[in-house]
Design a protein around this ligand. Structure first.
Ligand code: NDP
Ligand code: OXD
Length: 322
């Protein structure tokens, strides 16, 4: 029987996604459509969906939907859909996605520890003044979330010579990384973290986990004197951070700098105060982009697994929220 994979996204995966999917789809009866081009299709013709930030309520229209594939590693765009169909969900886990994320966090960690914000400001004023920078071995980077991306980031930072702490829900053992787990360990983790990298999923438990109180706990003692203050790097999700508290901490000099890739509302409002803050680096949700060829190959692989009755890879647990 003919099967249909529908690609749904409000953030326009480019038209060539369809061609990429077609390249890997040699399972005969799979038709590929890009929403909203569903001409000639009925709602009950849709069996698989590849989704990235779509209009909630759309998926509920498809009574024969069997599997949802998230085109991103994060699934908050799906799990926040009040009418999400009760079918398995798999998320994107990919070596290239991981490499891009490690380079983003490493670049921002090096940028801030080398005090580049201040050098860029000095350059604007043609000012020639040296500033001391801390040795990596004297800087403690804390990675919140020790999953696919967090662990890879932690290992890369370790290889660059930084001290690395990690925090997750369940206990972990990762060589040479001080691992903290659970709510009770959050304060000691933050107290010994100078540069905080957020690689948590957005769930009801992690919403605004970085707030006025948690920011005050950062890097309480033992920070190298060459690092002017703690730093927050957020490529996770905008909702992890209370931005008002973050701006306040920057203005009070409790925080030295922030690198932000994700926001509650994207694109970020052109009038938002974050744009103008001298100690904030903003990138437009590009820390790690989904490569069309790789997501196409991945989606087709998952559909083949499903069709053959084999266990799916990277299944999401909706009750856990990620
Ligand atoms: P994983 O699911 O592999 O890892 C999530 C980690 O977060 C796990 O270690 C998990 O703990 C931990 N965690 C979840 N909830 C809690 C909690 N309440 N308390 C403590 N720890 C918790 O996800 P990935 O590493 O693949 O991705 C992380 C996030 O990165 C995505 O959800 C997405 O939001 C973001 N992302 C952003 C991109 C960008 O371009 N900006 C690109 C790709 C992803 P445990 O190990 O115990 O389960
Ligand atoms: C993702 C993202 O979750 O790009 O993969 O944000």
């Amino acid at each position: 029987m003919k099967q249909t994979l529908l690609v749904v996204s409000n953030h326009g995966p480019s038209a060539h996604w369809k061609d990429e999917l077609a390249k890997f789809s040699n399972i005969g009866q799979l038709e590929i459509r890009m929403w909203p081009d569903a001409e000639g299709l009925n709602d009950d013709d849709i069996h698989y969906v590849l989704a990235w930030r779509y209009d909630h309520s759309l998926l509920a229209k498809f009574p024969n939907l069997k599997l949802i594939i998230s085109a991103g590693a994060g699934v908050d765009h799906l799990l926040s859909d009040p009418q999400l169909p009760d079918v398995p969900i798999v998320r994107f886990v990919d070596a290239h996605l991981t490499k891009r994320m490690t380079s983003y966090v490493a670049s921002q960690t090096l940028f801030h520890t080398r005090r580049m914000l201040e050098f860029i400001a000095q350059q604007r004023d043609r000012q020639w003044q040296s500033l001391p920078d801390p040795l990596p071995e004297n800087v403690r980077v804390g990675v919140m979330g020790l999953g696919e991306l967090g662990q890879a980031v932690a290992k890369t930072l370790l290889a660059l010579g930084f001290q690395v702490n990690g925090w997750s829900r369940s206990a972990k053992q990762v060589a040479d990384i001080s691992c903290y787990a659970g709510q009770d360990a959050l304060k000691p983790f933050l107290n010994t973290t100078d540069i905080l990298a957020l690689l948590l999923p957005l769930t009801p438990q992690t919403q605004h986990i970085i707030n006025r109180n948690s920011l005050k706990e950062l890097s309480l003692s033992g920070r190298a004197k060459e690092l002017p203050g703690p730093v927050v790097i957020n490529p996770g999700r905008g909702g992890l951070v209370d931005v008002t508290a973050l701006l306040n901490a920057l203005d009070q000099k409790e925080l030295y700098a922030a690198s932000l890739d994700v926001f509650d509302e994207e694109p970020l409002d052109p009038n938002h105060a974050l744009w103008h803050h001298p100690n904030v680096i903003i990138t437009p949700h590009v820390a790690s982009i989904t490569d069309p060829q790789r997501i196409a190959r991945y989606a087709i692989k998952q559909i083949k697994l499903f069709e053959s009755g084999a266990p799916l890879k990277n299944l999401v647990d909706p009750a856990r929220g990620y």
